[in-house]
Design a protein around this ligand. Structure first.
Ligand code: AMP
Ligand code: MG
Length: 534
């Protein structure tokens, strides 16, 4: 049983709610749906959960907040992070933002089902904003219910933590808690809504400010609020840039371009497809944010998107993510223009995206292939031929790169049959004459290119294994954990959370989690395709 002492742990968190203290807020205290002007946030209390029940928590995020295991396992934790009670120092608010959705300006969006609880400053003086997702309506809920279901909450919880351990910048997740309330969702948009279990995730990040947080003010010609938010963001999240001024705005925008590029390079490295890269889902800190219909590449296919809502245009397909991030940054530049009034300087700053992305992508590809460095003018053909091969043979991207490290060139001519076997074992389609020819040609050029580096096999393998994860949150694995959790068994959620803590290490008895997608998962909803209904 939790003790009094455990219960009070949440009341001892050190809150310093700078966002609401320093930025303009909506004077309307009541929680009803509306357009909100000249404000960065509105007050909005979470809807108390009927019967909160803990599904899982992340001990690493708890550590960041100085919360002990006992506090996380207490009843009070469940109540607070399901939205049933505000702990001492918490102030509940929803943020105002707009955004471009699928390329079109959508006006005010805002936290329709996210409610911030304030900012914790931990014993190491690090600042974290806590945010509940799925805890009820806010002024920004438009026609929706402000709730979230268990399946999407588990997907967000597990993927945030998996991405962090993969070394990908991301918002984090402290907990996922069942609310005890049923939520109606039309998963296939076919007029057959089903009742599903409701859940709340507590997300954690330095800040949740998005590109759309700035865009909304420019769209409304509210330069006063725009300037306040820009100055605040620089002072709070980018203090190393110095006191806000026009040159500092430009340096800041350049930094946002750089951080965004670094994030996208990581996505391309691990085969992550975000699925909804609208400008309201782009963090100003370059964090992966808003896990919705995301997915992981299985067979390498640059045209793949998990999001059924995007099936027509495939705007957010894997291979398009780098271009879309740039497009989104252009929208952010447009939003900042009235503050800066220097179009050429903004253009110049945007180059930081392209330069960082190009250099980052080359270094990343060299690491994935175990090369000491990428040689421009030479290695482009090696990488493009490889992707052509992987696409043609429908090869599992994660398995391929991981196992490529085991091909030992000291075997001489025996390494080619070993490579062809690898191709066979990691591809979803049997190799045919064409793919065998492509594979042979590619391998011979790769082997000679790699041998020119003169790296010992051990060192090459270790370097490759640090860039190529063994375990990722395969779409069907998340779905299996969800199926079991929906039956009240959370063991697989915990098992995946644990597995994905060490995605680059070989883990005994976990071979099943680093295997090709089984046939049953190819067409099943949740395993290969997802709608936005969550
Ligand atoms: P997304 O693209 O999923 O991040 O969501 C776009 C907008 O819709 C954001 O403003 C969300 O807060 C809002 N939204 C999504 N689902 C819900 C929901 N169930 N209730 C209220 N607002 C929602
Ligand atoms: Mg969103």
């Amino acid at each position: 049983m939790p003790t009094e002492n455990d219960n009070s742990a949440l009341d001892n968190l050190n809150f310093d709610n700078r966002f609401v203290r320093e930025l303009p807020g909506d004077p309307e205290p009541d929680n009803f749906r509306r357009q909100v002007y000249s404000a960065c946030y509105s007050w909005a209390l979470p809807t108390p959960a009927k019967q909160p029940r803990l599904v899982a928590y992340s001990r690493e995020v708890a550590d960041d907040l100085d919360l002990s295991a006992a506090s996380c396992e207490s009843e009070d934790f469940c109540r607070v992070f399901a939205g049933s009670r505000l702990a001492k120092g918490m102030e509940a608010y929803a943020m105002c933002y707009g955004g471009h959705q699928f390329g079109h300006w959508a006006g005010q969006l805002g936290d329709g089902r996210a409610i911030n609880l304030g900012e914790v400053v931990n014993s190491r003086r690090q600042r974290y904003t806590l945010q509940l997702k799925g805890a009820g309506v806010t002024p920004y809920s438009r026609s929706a219910d402000g709730l979230a279901v268990l399946r999407s909450s588990i997907r967000e919880f597990l993927c945030s933590e998996a991405m962090h351990h993969l070394g990908v910048p991301t918002t984090r997740a402290l907990s996922v808690i069942l609310t005890g309330q049923q939520v109606a969702r039309d998963m296939f948009y076919d007029g057959n809504p089903q009742l599903e279990a409701g859940a709340v995730v507590c997300r954690v990040a330095q800040s949740f400010t998005r590109f759309g947080s700035f865009q909304i003010f420019t769209a409304r010609d509210d330069l006063d609020s725009l300037k306040k938010l820009v100055d605040y963001t620089i002072r709070t999240d980018f203090p190393e840039l110095g006191e806000p001024s026009i040159p500092v705005y430009l340096r800041w925008f350049e930094e946002v371009c750089r951080k965004t590029a670094e994030m996208i390079v990581h996505w391309q490295r691990v085969g992550f497809v975000h699925g909804v890269m609208n400008t309201d889902n782009m963090s100003i800190l370059g964090l992966t944010i808003d896990y919705g219909p995301y997915g992981w590449l299985e067979n390498y296919d640059p045209d793949w998107t998990p999001n059924t809502t995007d099936a027509q245009g495939r705007r957010y397909r894997f291979g398009n993510q780098p271009k879309i991030a740039y497009w989104n940054l252009v929208q952010l530049a447009n939003a900042l223009y009235p503050l800066i009034m220097r179009a050429e300087s903004l253009q110049q700053a945007l180059l930081a995206y392209t330069e960082t992305y190009d250099a980052g992508w080359q270094a990343m590809m060299a690491a994935k292939l175990g090369l000491l460095a990428f040689t421009p003018g030479e290695d482009e053909a090696l990488t493009s031929n490889l992707f052509q091969l992987l696409q043609a043979a429908e090869t599992d991207m994660t398995l391929f790169f991981r196992q490529l490290a085991d091909i030992d060139f000291t075997l001489g001519s025996d390494s080619l049959p070993a490579f062809l076997l690898l191709m066979q074992q990691t591809s979803y389609e049997p190799l045919n004459d064409d793919t065998v020819e492509l594979a042979k040609a590619w391998f011979v050029s790769y082997r000679s290119r790699s041998q020119r580096d003169g790296q010992p096999q051990q060192a090459r393998r270790a370097a490759m294994n640090a860039a190529n994860p063994k375990y990722v949150l395969r779409n069907y694995l998340a779905q299996m954990a969800i199926d079991q959790a929906e039956q009240g068994d959370f063991a697989m959620v915990w098992e995946l959370l644990d597995l994905l803590r060490n995605p680059y290490s070989e883990q005994a008895d976990k071979a099943d989690f680093a295997a090709k997608r089984p046939d049953w998962a190819k067409q099943r909803a949740g395993c290969s395709t997802l709608s936005c209904s969550s």
